[in-house]
Design a binder for this molecule. Structure first.
Ligand SMILES: CCCCCCCC/C=C\CCCCCCCC(=O)N[C@@H](CO)[C@H](O)/C=C/CCCCCCCCCCCCC
Ligand SMILES: [Ca+2]
Ligand SMILES: [Zn+2]
Length: 273
């Protein structure tokens, strides 16, 4: 506040084009003079399709428990917007907004949906868990400014924790449809992370064959894996926290179609008179 000159000198640099620490494999400003990475930018449309699809298909769950799904869907739209801004400008601010929006979306999803059975021993209620997640996320947010290049690697590690949780839950679950859905989710995620890593580490190869588009595949594939991950999380949330309902996995448009989107319906077990 006392040195307006310092602020003014700093502002243009962190917002300016190509001020980020990372630059993805796709060549910059090839298809447009204002969009640095054209395909990496437009492939974020997947997140704008994902959120309404989750809200529409899982509307029965949404009617009973609206806040978690509305919150997470809204944040996923924000992830898409910030990621678009990042790939359009490759700016330092863009990179941090992209990474921090993912961190906060994961934090909100964990706070609402993390099964109580896995809470640390010292945490007794979801309210306490909210505080734990909140404090951890604020600290991680501050730490993310130290070395932004590492943030994406740290965020990707969270997927391994989700895989571990899924495996623990599947051991207790006999529903074949749930096992099938988890298998498809893992397949999309494996393809996604392979694309992300190969764009980061094998860029020389993709540029040599003139096909540097693996990061845009990552955007589409990670959105697809979330399309499977969210109903799975909802399924376990209903079985744990809404005992008066029985969750059922359905596929849109129908089971027999070759390409399907999963969602959860709630069945009320027959009440006896
Ligand atoms: C009980 C917990 C429930 C968890 C529900 C899941 C909520 C998911 C929330 C957010 C994930 C959004 C990830 C989209 C990233 C898009 C932006 C992007 O591509 N950014 C890159 C730069 O452009 C950046 O380098 C990427 C960083 C890595 C992000 C890793 C996110 C981990 C997501 C975990 C998804 C799980 C899917 C299935 C797991 C087996
Ligand atoms: Ca690039
Ligand atoms: Zn990206």
């Amino acid at each position: 506040l006392h040195c307006p000159g310092v602020g003014a000198a700093l502002m243009p640099s962190i917002f300016s084009y190509q001020s980020a620490e990372v630059d993805w494999c796709e060549s910059n400003f090839v298809r447009s003079a204002v969009i640095a990475e054209y395909y990496n930018t437009i492939s974020n449309v997947s997140f704008f399709l994902l959120s309404p699809a989750l809200l529409y298909l899982n509307r029965q769950y949404c009617q009973k428990k609206a806040v978690p799904l509305y919150f997470v869907s809204g944040l996923l739209i924000l992830v898409g917007l910030f990621s678009m801004y990042f790939h359009m400008t490759l700016s330092y601010v863009g990179q941090l907004l992209d990474e921090l929006s993912i961190l906060w979306t994961l934090a909100v999803a964990y706070s609402f949906w993390y099964p109580q059975a896995y809470f640390p021993k010292c945490i007794k209620t979801r309210r306490h868990f909210f505080w734990l997640t909140g404090i951890t996320t604020v600290i991680s947010t501050l730490m993310s400014f130290v070395k932004p290049t590492l943030n994406a690697y740290a965020l990707n590690c969270i997927a391994f924790h989700l895989l571990y949780l899924t495996w623990k839950e599947l051991k207790k679950c006999n529903d074949k449809r749930v096992h099938r859905m988890a298998a498809v989710m893992v397949m999309w995620w494996a393809l996604a992370i392979t694309s992300w890593i190969s764009d980061r580490w094998l860029c020389w190869l993709w540029q040599a064959i003139n096909f540097p588009y693996f990061h845009s595949f990552w955007h589409v594939l990670i959105a697809l894996s979330l399309l499977y991950c969210c109903p799975l999380v909802i399924y376990f949330d209903v079985s744990y926290e809404m005992p008066s309902f029985k969750p059922k996995l359905e596929y849109w448009p129908s089971d027999s179609w070759p390409v399907v989107v999963p969602y959860v319906t709630l069945e009320e077990p027959h009440k006896q008179c």
